[in-house]
Design a protein around this ligand. Structure first.
Ligand code: ADP
Length: 494
C-alpha cells in the first residue's frame, strides 16, 4: 500500500460501530458501549456496542429463522455462489480501507495485515464460493433391491467466536465454508478486534446476502460468547482462541444441546534446527520471522526453538542478530516488521512470562522489555530466552507474544521427544538436508502441520487444525466443509 493512502486512511474518524442483526445495524439493548482502544498509541478510536445476552438471542433467532425458512440454503447453489463471489469482490475493492481499519484496531503491521487480512479473506470467500456447485452427494453400493442416497445438507445455525490476531482471515475461514454450505451464522468478534468484521458483514449485505444469514454481535466473551455457546438454537460452534475458553465452550455445549464444538486453540510449536540444515542463514532469518512477526501473535508461531547442540551458540547468535535488526514500531509504517502487541493486558502477560524466567535464572539473550512507551502504544522487543528447563512455564504455555525459548538437543530421538513434550500439537518446523530424516520425523512429530526447511507457509488449499490440546477439526481446504455439511441418507426399497 502507498504511504500517502495509509496516512489518509489513518486520519479518518471512525464512526461508532454497531451489531449487524437481520441485515440492520443495532446498538446494545441497554445502550451499553465499549471503547475501542488503539494499541498503536493508546487512543480511543471509537465505540462499539457492549452486547447483552438479549442482543445475542436476537441475532441467534434471526439466524435460526433465516436457516429454517430456506432463504439461503434453498437458493440454487449457483445463486449462492454468485452472491459470495460478489462479496469477495467487495472485500477486495475495500481492501485498503479494511486493512488500515484493522491495523488501527489490533496493531498488526500493515505489510502483513493487508495481505493476511482483507486480501486473504477475499481469497478464502472466493475459494469456498467456487466450491458451492462442485459438491456432490453419493449413491451407496447397496444390494440391488435398495437405493442408498447420501445427501450433504447444511448443519444449520453456526456460532462463530473468533480472536483478535487475524480477525478477517480467521473469520473468513469459518464464514466461507459455513455460508457456502448453506448454513447461517452468528459471529462474535474479539473485544479488541471487532471493527473490520462488522464492516465485512455490511459488505455481505451489500453483495446481496439475505438479511439474517450472517449476523455479528460485538461485546464481551463471557456475555455474548457465552450466550451463543449455551444456546439451544445454535447447532455448531466454531472457535479460535484460548484453551481456557475452549473448555468453557465444550462445557456449555454439554450443558445445553450438545452442539458440535470445533476448537482451534493455539500451540507451543517446536522449530527444530539440525546442524545439517541446508542454509543456516536462511533458517535463522525465517525462524526469527516465524516467531516475531505480528509480535508473536500468530497461532502457529514457532515459539520453541530446538537446536542441535553443536550449532546452538552460533545459531542463537544469528537469531539474536535477526531479532535485534527487526523494525518494531508503528504498524502503519510499511517498513515495520513487528507492530504493536494487541493490548495492555496481553503485553503485561508477555512480560510476566519473561520476568518469571529471569527470576528463575534463565538467560534473556535479547529483548524482554516493553519499548516505545512514549508513544502511548503497546510494544515489546523481540525476546530470546536460553538455558530454559522443560517444565518452565515459558516453555510449556503459549505466550502469544514475541518470546522464543531455546533448548539444545543431541540426537534425532531427543529432538522428537522434546518436540512432543507439549500438551499442544498445532505446528512444527524442521530444518535438515537429510530427506530420510525429514520423512521419519514428519511421521513422529505430533502436529497438524510440519514445515520442512521453512516456517509458516500455507495457503487456502491445505487444511489447518491441531492435535492434542490444540483442538479438533480443520479450517481451510475442502475438508473445512465437514464441519458444516451433514450426511443424511435416503434408503429406498426398490
Ligand atoms: P485470548 O486470551 O487470546 O483473548 P480468548 O479465548 O479469551 O483468547 O478469546 C477468543 C474469543 O473468545 C474472543 O472473541 C472472546 O471474546 C471469546 N470469549 C472469551 N471468553 C469467553 C466465554 N466465556 N465464552 C465464550 N466466548 C468467550
Amino acid at each position: 500500500m502507498e504511504t500517502t493512502r495509509i496516512e489518509e486512511l489513518r486520519s479518518r474518524a471512525i464512526p461508532p460501530a454497531s451489531h449487524l442483526i437481520e441485515g440492520t445495524p443495532h446498538q446494545a439493548s441497554d445502550g451499553g458501549t465499549l471503547n475501542v482502544v488503539s494499541p498503536i498509541d493508546g487512543s480511543i478510536l471509537t465505540t462499539m456496542p457492549k452486547g447483552t445476552r438479549d442482543d445475542a438471542r436476537l441475532a441467534i433467532r434471526s439466524a435460526r429463522r433465516a436457516f429454517d425458512d430456506g432463504r439461503w440454503s434453498g437458493l440454487a447453489p449457483s445463486s449462492r455462489k454468485k452472491i459470495l463471489l460478489k462479496w469477495a469482490d467487495l472485500i477486495e475493492a475495500n481492501a485498503e480501507e479494511l486493512a488500515v481499519l484493522g491495523v488501527r484496531d489490533n496493531g498488526t503491521e500493515i505489510g502483513m495485515a493487508y495481505k493476511a487480512e482483507p486480501l486473504s479473506a477475499a481469497g478464502t470467500i472466493r475459494y469456498f464460493a467456487e466450491a458451492v456447485d462442485k459438491i456432490y452427494g453419493e449413491i451407496a453400493p447397496t444390494a440391488p433391491d435398495a437405493l442408498g442416497l447420501v445427501h450433504k445438507q447444511p448443519v444449520g445455525v453456526v456460532g462463530a467466536i473468533v480472536p483478535w490476531n487475524f480477525p478477517l482471515m480467521i473469520g473468513s475461514w469459518k464464514l466461507g465454508p459455513a455460508l457456502a454450505a448453506g448454513c447461517t451464522v452468528v459471529l462474535k468478534p474479539a473485544e479488541t478486534a471487532s471493527l473490520t468484521l462488522v464492516r465485512l458483514a455490511q459488505l455481505a449485505i451489500d453483495a446481496g446476502l439475505p438479511p439474517g444469514v450472517f449476523n455479528v454481535v460485538t461485546g464481551e466473551g463471557a456475555v455474548v460468547g457465552a450466550e451463543i455457546a449455551e444456546s439451544h438454537d445454535v447447532d455448531v460452534l466454531v472457535f479460535t482462541g484460548s484453551g481456557a475458553t475452549g473448555r468453557r465452550l465444550m462445557e456449555a455445549s454439554a450443558k445445553s444441546n450438545l452442539k458440535r464444538v470445533y476448537l482451534e486453540l493455539g500451540g507451543k510449536s517446536p522449530n527444530i534446527v539440525f546442524a545439517d540444515a541446508p542454509d543456516l542463514t536462511a533458517a535463522a532469518k525465517v525462524s526469527a520471522a516465524g516467531i516475531f512477526r505480528n509480535s508473536g501473535q500468530v497461532c502457529v508461531a514457532g515459539s520453541r526453538l530446538l537446536v542441535q547442540r553443536e550449532i546452538h551458540d552460533k545459531f542463537v547468535e544469528m537469531l539474536v542478530q535477526n531479532a535485534e535488526a527487526m523494525w518494531v514500531g508503528d504498524p502503519l509504517d510499511p517498513n515495520t516488521q513487528a507492530g504493536a502487541v494487541n493490548s495492555e493486558h496481553q503485553l503485561a502477560q508477555n512480560l510476566a512470562f519473561v520476568d518469571e524466567a529471569r527470576t528463575a535464572g534463565r538467560t534473556i539473550a535479547t529483548g524482554g522489555t516493553r519499548i516505545l512507551q512514549e508513544t502511548g502504544g503497546t510494544y515489546m522487543a523481540p525476546t530470546i530466552i536460553t538455558g530454559v528447563q522443560p517444565d518452565d512455564r515459558v516453555v510449556c504455555e503459549e505466550v502469544f507474544g514475541p518470546v522464543l525459548t531455546v533448548q539444545p538437543f543431541d540426537t534425532e530421538e531427543e529432538a522428537i521427544a522434546l518436540a512432543n513434550a507439549s500438551k499442544f500439537g498445532l505446528a512444527a518446523g524442521l530444518w535438515t538436508a537429510d530427506l530420510s530424516r525429514a520423512h521419519r520425523m514428519f511421521a513422529k512429530i505430533q502436529a497438524g502441520v510440519v514445515h520442512v526447511n521453512t516456517y509458516g507457509g500455507a495457503d487456502i488449499t491445505v487444511p489447518l487444525g491441531g492435535v492434542k490440546q490444540s483442538g479438533n477439526g480443520h479450517d481451510k481446504s475442502l475438508h473445512a466443509f465437514d464441519k458444516y455439511l451433514d450426511l443424511k441418507t435416503a434408503w429406498i426399497k426398490l
